[in-house]
Design a protein around this ligand. Structure first.
Ligand code: BEZ
Length: 251
């Protein structure tokens, strides 16, 4: 999926994306000095944290806007343009890490991506990742689909949110061994009174491709209004995130 990111807004208003990534990094079990690729590094905040943990890191992303921010903020780290579903490395690494990225990759491209990961890992290398799992943002997408339909449009789900069974099978099909897997709810606060509106505007882009700006705003306002009773509590918005988290090894 090719999205043009507003790198400043993403970095400033959606910092929870990388902050939550710290927990995922706890699954890495590798000596200091090990080599690590942060696949889908975005603006590099988590890549920096991984470097501070002692890894020799490289950030890879397919957004020039986000890479530019990453290079400006963290000039000591190599940040490389790469398509996660079609990349290769000169030297295999100890760890491939990824946070909040794989749901952006079409289901049809996941096997290619896993093959690239496998080829880029050393023997005994670790693949540690988290992204949106089955049921992620189900209320938000459910109401968006309802409102789209009332406006005469079909809502095509722009993300891939698999179950553990489906994804672990794909990872093992590729020849990696799954050592840990979890699927869990993680209600996520969206800052500010317009938190949900801003979230939809930032992340749900492709379904609106054929909708003009005025109607887009109307659809978003109607969606937000309807979600108030389930996602707005004590003056705060909470998105209904569900995470799939895994660790697999290249035996
Ligand atoms: C997620 O991190 O689960 C996510 C974020 C934005 C859009 C879709 C999923």
């Amino acid at each position: 999926m090719n999205i043009k990111w507003d790198a400043d807004k993403y970095t400033k208003d959606f910092s929870f994306v990388h902050q939550y990534g710290n927990d995922v990094a706890e699954l890495i079990n590798c000596e200091k000095g090990g080599t690590l690729i942060d696949l889908g590094c975005g603006s590099g905040a988590l890549t920096k944290v991984l470097q501070e943990k002692g890894f020799r890191v490289t950030g890879m992303d397919s957004s020039e806007e986000l890479l530019e921010t990453a290079r400006r903020k963290y000039p000591g780290i190599p940040f490389i343009w790469a398509d996660a579903a079609d990349f290769s490395v000169e030297e295999a690494v100890d760890v491939i890490f990824s946070n909040a990225v794989f749901h952006w990759i079409d289901k049809e491209k996941q096997a290619n991506m896993l093959a690239c990961v496998h080829r880029a890992l050393k023997g005994k290398g670790q693949f540690v990742f988290e992204f949106g799992g089955h049921g992620n943002n189900a209320r938000i997408h459910g109401v968006l689909a309802e409102v789209f339909s009332e406006h005469g449009y079909e809502y095509r789900m722009p993300f891939y949110f698999p179950t553990i069974g489906e994804y672990a099978s794909m990872v093992e099909q590729e020849g990696l061994l799954v050592r840990y897997a979890a699927l869990f709810d993680r209600p996520t606060e969206l800052k500010g009174e317009d938190g949900l509106k801003e979230w939809i505007r930032m992340f749900v882009k492709t379904p609106f491709a054929k909708v003009d700006n005025a109607e887009r705003d109307e659809i978003i306002n109607q969606t937000v209004e309807r979600l108030k009773k389930s996602l707005y509590r004590e003056g705060r918005w909470y998105a209904d995130y569900v995470r799939i988290r895994m660790k697999a090894v290249n035996e």
